[in-house]
Write a protein that binds this ligand. Structure first.
Ligand code: SF4
Length: 370
């Protein structure tokens, strides 16, 4: 039986073209976001086939730990339940000793990566970011430092009176290996004006990401969805990412981040949706597999946002990476995510095998281990 036997019309045509190696345009992706029933099922099957063609049956995972070094932030993104004011009783700023200890703990748990991000502390000069890298390097010359979003790079540059490119160069020389492509949210300025009005613009985000790529600093790419954005906004976002990838080849992966709404101002006061529906989550995985075909091979399920059961399902809808063990995940937890802070590698391996796939540990930049 052909995958497209049960459907016809425009969606069938778009899916057939994707199978033939022609990824959907923005208009076509927008149309796919509206599909239901047999068309929805066909979309999943096609995404799964394209995933198999691109990366085979291996599902990768990384042993890593998060280090959120401060929750103090001068920004007030309306989807963020993590930030605190400097005089809040709940604020924290980790000392370099604490960062050393957390790195040691990561190494003891066989982590190959520390993922370091924080709020935009009003007193954070470039020195703070350098001190963090040095603290990790004092404990381990080898562990991969995946750190600092484009927004943090912008913040350090602004505080220091340097260009973002100069800041990236200095951090790279100090030992930064790669960066999270966070702060992307939805790369449509009219959406950003509502959800994160003081964050860098789309143009600034693209500029910093491309500077990093050109300096040899690979990054992930992300999209936070399920709030006020439209289907078209998601399609435009993915199109921006694939155009960057055509220019730089600097993205290692795409990580869809489903909005966790419960404790956020965006949900309480700005009429956002209460996160994505299950249908929407699955479509994001399937459509991103089609949109990024031939450009970004790795699509990561975020078990922290989706829960492990649904993450397993999404592995059958285009995804091929299970993300990280993530010792200490604060940001989603505070926003209301019920999923835990840590999944042992053994649990991840069992979940992947249960899907009939092959679990393989990887490094941050997708070198296979073992
Ligand atoms: S998302 Fe980041 S930049 Fe925005 S308020 Fe939260 S910590 Fe600050």
């Amino acid at each position: 039986m052909n995958l497209l036997d049960n459907i016809n019309g425009e969606v069938s045509h778009i899916l057939q073209r994707a199978i033939d190696g022609h990824p959907p345009s923005i208009d076509e992706a927008e149309l796919l976001f509206n599909c239901t029933g047999q068309e929805f099922l066909a979309l999943i099957l096609v995404a799964d086939q394209i995933r198999r063609r691109a990366v085979g049956d291996i599902v990768t995972y990384v042993i890593n730990r998060n280090i959120n070094f401060t929750n103090v932030c001068v920004n007030r993104c309306r989807f963020c339940a993590f930030r605190e004011d400097k005089d809040s009783p709940n604020q924290f700023l980790l000392s370099t000793k604490e960062i050393e200890n957390k790195t040691r703990e990561a190494i003891n748990m066989r982590a190959t990566e520390v993922c370091i991000q924080g709020g935009l502390h009003p007193e954070a000069t470039l020195d703070l970011y350098l001190e963090i890298i040095k603290a990790v390097r004092r404990v381990s010359p080898d562990i991969h430092i995946h750190a600092f979003s484009p927004m943090e790079i912008h913040h350090a540059a602004r505080k220091e009176g340097l260009s973002t490119c100069e800041v990236l160069k200095i951090l790279k020389e100090a030992g930064l290996n790669s960066m999270p492509g966070t702060a992307a949210e939805i790369l449509v300025d009219k959406v950003r004006e509502v959800i994160c009005p003081t964050k860098i613009s789309v143009k600034e985000w693209i500029k910093i990401i491309e500077e990093a790529h050109r300096l040899g600093i690979l990054t992930s790419s992300t999209m936070m969805y399920g709030h006020i954005e439209s289907s078209r906004d998601k399609a435009v976002h993915m199109d921006i990412l694939r155009n960057i990838q055509k220019r730089t080849k600097g993205f290692t992966e795409f990580v869809p981040l489903s909005f966790i709404h419960q404790q956020t101002e965006l949900y309480k006061n700005f009429s956002s949706r209460p996160g994505a529906t299950g249908m929407e989550d699955v479509k994001v995985y399937a459509i991103s597999r089609l949109m990024f075909d031939g450009l970004i091979n790795n699509i990561q399920v975020s078990w922290v946002k989706l829960g492990t059961k649904f993450a397993q399902f999404c592995l059958n809808a285009g995804a091929n990476d299970f993300g990280g063990t993530l010792i200490e995940e604060n940001i989603s937890k505070i926003a209301g995510s019920p999923s835990g802070e840590y999944l042992p590698p053994e649990t991840i391996i069992a979940l992947i095998k249960d899907c009939g796939r092959i679990p393989v540990q990887r490094t941050t930049i997708y070198e296979l281990i073992g």
